[in-house]
Design a protein around this ligand. Structure first.
Ligand code: FE2
Length: 278
């Protein structure tokens, strides 16, 4: 699937962009499915504002129980001071997570297949396991920033293996909050570790290396249909979306079964709901 040049580029930079990876029809199907999930979601039932900036808010049961379910999370700025939604519910959801790939047939089909298995294999994932899926809306006007981080913070394995598959379902641009990465930054240390202890979660500081600044950060605008694959240690971030256009994306976080998956990672699977690959 991948050429020697693509594999070399991934190893050098810590990421790889594969344009035109998903056909328009497949993207339309998952978009439609996500909208139906939001339509069926009752905000009054579960008011849980998800903030990636404050990990302490994650320790709510709605978040933790989403590990093996399909839950909708609001944007941080979704509600006004009066407690009412600022805009329609369909334009107020931050994301849907975190087991769409195993709980929904449309997302299952989108998340698996020979092409993805081949990409994973070529990047060194010999026994891929898909732990998490997220449908990210990055809503127009209120889509929040996701600060600099490394995905290995949330998926600790020994040795490190987590790899992110990031699908652009709409054009991701500088205006609507595309990804920013630090090319080569995957050779740096893991800075933080997200640890779960029963119903508590915390962020442990491991290393004081600063996040990239200035020219070290490179924007990755990509057209709809592109797949961006990146290394678990690659620092990345996305700016808030102040444009009038949404920036839908879908992500998978994948580790290798030949590594040891930490029992302190927030997502765990039992024998009744085993983790699967592509
Ligand atoms: Fe990330």
């Amino acid at each position: 699937m991948l050429s020697a040049e693509q594999i070399a580029s991934y190893q050098a930079n810590g990421y790889l962009v594969l344009p035109d990876f998903k056909p328009a029809a497949a993207m339309a199907q998952v978009r439609q499915r996500a909208m139906a999930m939001v339509e069926a979601f009752d905000p009054a039932e579960y008011i849980a504002i998800f903030s990636t900036k404050d990990s302490s808010t994650n320790a709510n049961p709605y978040f933790l129980s989403s590990a093996d379910k399909v839950h909708c999370f609001f944007e941080e700025e979704a509600f006004g001071p009066d407690g009412e939604l600022r805009q329609a519910k369909a334009l107020s959801i931050n994301k849907i997570g975190h087991a769409l790939h195993d709980r929904d047939p449309v997302f299952d089909a989108f998340s698996r297949g020979t092409e993805l298995a081949a990409v994973a294999h070529d990047l060194g994932l010999t026994q891929p396991q898909i732990w998490q899926s997220m449908y990210i809306f990055k809503q127009p006007g209120i889509g929040g920033e996701v600060g600099w981080h490394q995905d290995a913070t949330f998926f600790d394995t020994t040795p490190l293996s987590v790899t992110t598959f990031w699908f652009a379902l709409e054009d991701a641009t500088l205006d609507n909050g595309c990804l920013w990465v630090q090319p080569g930054g995957h050779r740096g240390p893991l800075r933080e570790l997200y640890v779960r202890d029963a119903d508590m979660v915390r962020m442990d500081k491991l290393d004081a290396t600063p996040w990239p600044e200035g020219d070290a950060a490179v924007a990755l605008p990509v057209p709809a249909g592109a797949l961006v694959v990146f290394h678990g240690l690659l620092p990345h971030y996305s700016a808030p979306n102040r444009s009038a256009h949404s920036r839908h994306a879908y992500t998978l976080h994948v580790t290798d079964a030949s590594t040891a998956y930490s029992p302190r990672n927030w997502i765990q699977r039992g024998a009744d709901f085993p983790v699967r690959g592509f």
